[in-house]
Design a protein around this ligand. Structure first.
Ligand SMILES: [Zn+2]
Length: 284
């Protein structure tokens, strides 16, 4: 079993006030001593955000959890628009060619998690990983087919058409239920709210456990203020309940890897009075 981050980008990206509707300047100044510089760039006044995939070798399978934002995509946010990230080269540096990937797990269908599902070939979007099964929550897929899902694509650009539909068309998608396991050492659990079908991935080996917690948390400010959901949450109230329940169940527990936390990304949730803090693990 091994777990490797394949980082597409990491740096100042989002204003805390764009991300978190309840955040005020005083919240930043009160927490600056631990926020900056790792989680908050003081000069840019932006949260430091990683866009990354997790490469898991488990049970003889090569598994990719999430697929960043991708190359050449037509997007509203300039940061994601028509980029060329060199991400496949980073995957190659980790010893993995696209043909090697057996399973792609889509924690949820958001623009910064599905990009490398596909790549551009002669003007057509084709699956990046020709031999992979792509695991997508059935509940999630149904939302993005609904009017509410289609309407919300106006904010980002239509990533469903370029990064998910080609996977459906190639017959490589497996629409999965809220609980699903395909090996003894890896499984999913529902984490609904941020999106309707979001799941977290639990991996275990040798009595140790880690959870790839997707977008249950975007910034460690949400450990200090666990009731804060984001402006990108489809159902902020359900996202809050899911987050508070997760933090309560996993504090002082397994290693947790929130999708957007900067390197080394993984750590433990520590109960800290009436709230929580995040203690980075000493990872290679
Ligand atoms: Zn995300």
């Amino acid at each position: 079993m091994s777990l490797t981050r394949i980082v597409e980008s990491e740096g100042p990206l989002l204003s805390p006030f764009e991300l978190l509707p309840e955040c005020r300047p005083s919240h930043i100044s009160e927490n600056l001593s631990w926020l900056a510089p790792r989680f908050y760039d003081l000069q840019a006044q932006l949260l430091v955000v990683a866009i990354q995939s997790f490469l898991v070798h488990a049970g003889g399978k090569t598994i990719l959890v999430d697929a960043c934002s991708g190359d050449h995509k037509e997007r509203r946010r300039p940061f994601f628009h028509q980029r060329e990230w060199g991400w496949l080269e980073k995957l190659a540096a980790a010893g993995v060619r696209p043909t090697d990937v057996d399973i792609v797990m889509c924690s949820h269908l958001h623009v910064d998690h599905v990009g490398w599902n596909t790549r551009l070939e002669n003007g057509t979007w084709v699956p990046t990983f020709p031999n992979a099964r792509y695991l997508i929550s059935k509940r999630e897929w149904e939302y993005w087919c609904s009017q509410a899902g289609i309407t919300s694509l106006q904010r980002t650009g239509d990533f469903i058409s370029d990064s998910v539909v080609p996977i459906m068309a190639s017959g490589q998608a497996d629409l999965i239920d809220d609980r699903y396991g395909f090996s003894e050492c890896i499984g999913i659990e529902p984490a609904h709210g941020h999106t309707p079908g979001q799941f977290v991935v639990r991996i275990s080996a040798g009595g140790k456990e880690a959870i790839l917690s997707a977008d249950l948390l975007h910034t460690p400010l949400q450990l200090r203020y666990p009731h804060w959901s984001t402006n990108f949450c489809v159902d902020p109230e359900l996202a809050r309940r899911t987050r508070e329940d997760f933090l309560n169940r996993h504090c002082n527990g397994p290693l947790v890897f929130p999708a957007h936390f900067p390197g080394p990304c993984g750590g433990r949730i520590i109960r800290d009075g009436g709230h929580y803090s995040f203690e980075y693990a000493d990872l290679r």
